[in-house]
Design a protein around this ligand. Structure first.
Ligand SMILES: Nc1ncnc2c1ncn2[C@@H]1O[C@H](COP(=O)(O)OP(=O)(O)O)[C@@H](O)[C@H]1O
Ligand SMILES: [Mg+2]
Length: 405
């Protein structure tokens, strides 16, 4: 099994997927724009070979470089977990005639309007929506969605350039702020909780599924630097709270014709229990959510994905044992971290249920949470009981202060 893996060293979790592939016995042929010496050790050790390309900008050129490098060697898979290189991966698959997402399928996963149309055609609930390539189209779209509306890039990420608009004046302002973006998606604003529905699939079968609950919603988090994010992987995904999203997710995967790999869907849960589609990626979630899923089942999904992608199965016991709440801390104040206030007391109270904790060490500069997703701290607490998990999680949010000055 020979797997071409795009960008094995970046972003952060790629080396873990590469290691997973090596662990299940695949030969991994890495293609990246970093020098081999700059690759993180997990990636370097797991690779059978590595090609440094001059850049990823010119896709035809990369295809030719890879073709020359591989001359005479067989390729069974082309894998890519980085959103930015998903079209390139599809091109390479076409060039080497290997299975996996085609160009056409990739487009539907990357373009938020085509995505919603495809889901809508299957009779599933999506926000009212419209595509806008000009101010005129934007006003026509908001006419259909009504207020409050959401204005966001057609292929955005990380809640960047995303605005809620309560009326025409705010919409006008949002159009000004997004004037640098070629294409927008305008949506009806959905009031409710925001959750994920994530899977590992093979040949159209769901081998692993997961629901995580964002608190607060990602857009609120992107706008409020002092908030600690919680993302709670739920143990019982068939309970009343997550179930509508699981059902929606099944329909969405079918509508998208998804076959093999990781998926990451976001959905809204309205107060009346209705699930509304948000978006879906044909890739794993970022921001350490795969780690949190691992902690909820005591498994390694980096390896689990690799086995699914290469051999169509997932042989680990993926029974969910815990609710696992992951918290990202942002230091209060500016400058250097001086104190982990409240930590000792929290460790005394909840140490037995702490799966992992990493805080910016005292004496080191506060991190920029816009660049480092975990900010100044990464904590996972877990417990079979959801209410207990939420209580511990809130305690780490409220009673732990990473103090900078
Ligand atoms: N229609 C909507 N209703 C309510 N909130 C939304 C809507 N669309 C986006 N948001 C908010 O903005 C965030 C970012 O939007 P999303 O479509 O997930 O783009 P991305 O994650 O790629 O930046 C969401 O996580 C959600 O909090
Ligand atoms: Mg999103």
């Amino acid at each position: 099994m020979h797997v071409v893996y795009l960008s094995p060293g970046f972003p952060a979790e790629m080396p873990l997927f590469v290691r997973g592939l090596a662990q299940i016995g695949a030969k991994v042929l890495g293609v990246g724009d970093q020098p081999r010496s700059a690759l993180p050790p997990e990636a370097r050790e797991a690779l059978t070979d590595y090609l440094q390309v001059s850049g990823f900008g010119d896709e035809e050129k990369v295809v030719n470089e890879v073709r020359q490098w591989l001359r005479g060697r067989s390729v069974d898979r082309v894998e890519c977990m980085w959103e930015r290189l998903m079209y390139l991966a599809a091109k390479l698959r076409a060039a080497f005639e290997v299975p996996g997402m085609s160009m056409e399928q990739t487009l539907v996963f990357r373009d938020k309007e085509r995505m919603k149309q495809q889901v809508e055609r299957a009779g599933l609930r999506v926000p009212r929506h419209g595509r806008a390539r000009s101010k005129q189209e934007a006003w026509a779209a908001v006419e259909r969605t009504g207020y409050p509306a959401i204005c966001k890039p057609i292929d955005g990420a990380g809640s960047k350039d995303t605005y809620r608009c309560n009326d025409a004046a705010e919409f006008e302002q949002a159009l000004k702020l997004t004037a640098h973006i070629d294409e927008l998606s305008i949506e009806e604003f959905i009031e409710g909780e925001e959750l994920t529905y994530d899977t590992v699939c093979a040949n159209g079968n769901i081998l692993f599924e997961n629901v995580a609950w964002y608190r607060p919603k990602p857009m609120i988090l992107a706008q409020n630097p002092w908030i600690s994010m919680q993302n709670i992987v739920l143990r019982d995904i068939h309970a009343e709270f997550p179930r509508p999203g699981v059902e929606l997710g099944h329909g969405v995967l079918k509508a998208m014709g998804f076959e093999t790999g990781f998926t990451h869907m976001e959905w809204f849960r309205k107060e009346n229990g209705e699930a509304v589609f948000g978006e879906i990626g044909g890739r794993p979630p970022g921001a350490r959510l795969v780690h949190a899923m691992n902690y909820s089942c005591d498994i390694d999904l980096f390896r689990g994905w690799a086995e699914a992608a290469c051999f169509g199965r997932l042989s680990q016991d993926t029974t969910k044992k815990y609710n696992a709440s992951m918290i990202f801390k942002r230091a209060q104040g500016e400058g250097v971290v001086r104190e982990h206030r409240g930590l000792q007391d929290l460790l005394r109270r909840y140490g037995a249920h702490l799966a992992t904790i990493e805080l910016t060490p005292i004496g080191e500069p506060k991190r920029d949470w816009r660049k480092v997703v975990v900010g100044d701290g990464w904590i996972v607490v877990r417990h079979p009981d959801l209410a207990t998990t939420l209580q511990m999680s809130e305690a780490f949010v409220n009673d732990l202060v990473v103090v900078a000055s």
